[in-house]
Design a protein around this ligand. Structure first.
Ligand SMILES: Cc1cc2nc3c(=O)[nH]c(=O)nc-3n(C[C@H](O)[C@H](O)[C@H](O)COP(=O)(O)OP(=O)(O)OC[C@H]3O[C@@H](n4cnc5c(N)ncnc54)[C@H](O)[C@@H]3O)c2cc1C
Length: 332
């Protein structure tokens, strides 16, 4: 049984200095926010502040923003923050959140052999799954269980129950640091298990580039069988995952031929807790926030589990979650 919230922990992060980018915000159609608490934008509900935060009104506004934003200021693009931890010391530069923006979703073509859907990067994966099933297209059902955006799924090659995002991708639309748009195909990327990298070298901000949309090729299906598949999949998740607590899903990648959850459980780490960050007793690869966990507490649980699993099994677990920002005390 997971325990409920305990004492609140005061994060007390000192204000980051605005990066003084000196950009003319009158050209933007959304608010450029400063010192934004990222715990409001990540599913762990923990962590520090972003020096700046921008949620573009649409693709055109994103292009304008990237053209204005100084080239030496860091940029991180995010979706729903369901695979992300921002350290308590926060993050310089800007976080650009695409969730609920860039939300085009349309059936481009359909014939007896397949259908092609264009979907914006800010669309939740579950919405894409629903849309596909409504159009009698199969193959996107697994996305119903992934609580992130399509952009995040492309960046992570998200997957479950034997399917992965990029297996359905025909091409993607990307944007670069200058706001130039490109179309790319899967052949432009090294695609692996929870890993996507562009062959061509990218600036330090990202190794996969920034996705603004994608074309998904799906096979003909039946709305009712897709609905049943989604129902079964969500039912399994409710039984096997601690969905009542903030988390970021599986913390570690499965090592070849094994399961991270099995290894963590074998090391008696279920229920291991630091402050309000705890390894779930239901699913050993989930770390839940039992109330007011800090990013430091979550990261310490991650590091401790890694060290113990390595000591007992010789296997080095690698994180699937992305950890960004600086430790508290190292603010810029
Ligand atoms: C309860 C729960 C269950 C989960 N189950 C699964 C599962 O079954 N399978 C699975 O694979 N994952 C799972 N996850 C993890 C997570 O939902 C996925 O990794 C998802 O694809 C992340 O999408 P996001 O929009 O939240 O991305 P974010 O968490 O916002 O970002 C994740 C990474 O992608 C990058 N990124 C985000 N958007 C873009 C973009 N547009 N362009 C370029 N880079 C971008 C970010 O910079 C970051 O590095 C689960 C998470 C939770 C909380």
């Amino acid at each position: 049984m997971q325990t409920e919230a305990r004492l609140p922990v005061d994060i007390n992060v000192p204000s980051l200095q605005p990066p003084t980018p000196g950009i003319d915000t009158r050209l933007l159609r959304s608010e450029l926010r400063q010192h934004e608490p990222m715990k409001q934008h990540v599913s762990w509900r923990a962590g520090g502040h972003a020096a700046c935060f921008y949620q573009p009104a649409d693709l055109e506004d994103l292009v304008v923003f990237l053209r204005l934003w100084p080239k030496d200021e860091p940029v991180v693009m995010i979706g729903l923050g369901s695979n992300l931890l921002v350290r308590d010391g926060g993050l310089p530069g800007v976080i650009i959140a695409l969730h609920a923006k860039l939300n085009d979703l349309l059936l481009v073509e359909q014939d007896k052999d397949s259908g092609l859907i264009y979907v914006g990067a800010g669309v939740p994966c579950a919405k894409l799954a629903r849309f596909a099933s409504l159009h009698n297209l199969a193959g996107a059902e697994f996305l119903a269980g992934i609580p992130g955006t399509v952009g995040g799924a492309l960046a992570m090659n998200a997957g479950c129950y034997g399917s992965e995002t990029w297996e359905r991708v025909e091409r993607v639309k990307t944007i670069d640091r200058d706001g130039t748009l490109h179309e790319r195909t899967p052949g432009d990327y090294r695609i692996g298990y929870r890993q996507v990298e562009l062959h061509e070298a990218m600036p330090p901000d990202t190794s996969c580039g920034w996705f603004v949309g994608g074309w998904f090729r799906l096979r003909p299906g039946q709305q009712e069988s897709s609905r049943q598949a989604v129902k079964a999949l969500l039912g399994t998740r409710i039984k096997t995952q601690p969905l009542g607590f903030p988390s970021a899903g599986s913390v570690f990648r499965n090592p070849p031929g094994d399961y991270a959850a099995r290894l963590v459980e074998q090391c008696d780490l279920k229920g291991f807790r630091i402050g309000d960050a705890m390894i779930s007793t239901l699913h050993a690869n989930f770390i839940i926030n039992c109330g007011h966990a800090t990013a430091t507490e979550i990261e310490t649980v991650i590091n401790t589990a890694q060290a113990i699993v390595y000591k007992k099994t010789g296997i080095r677990l690698v994180t699937e979650v992305r950890i960004i920002g600086q430790h508290k005390g190292n603010e810029p």
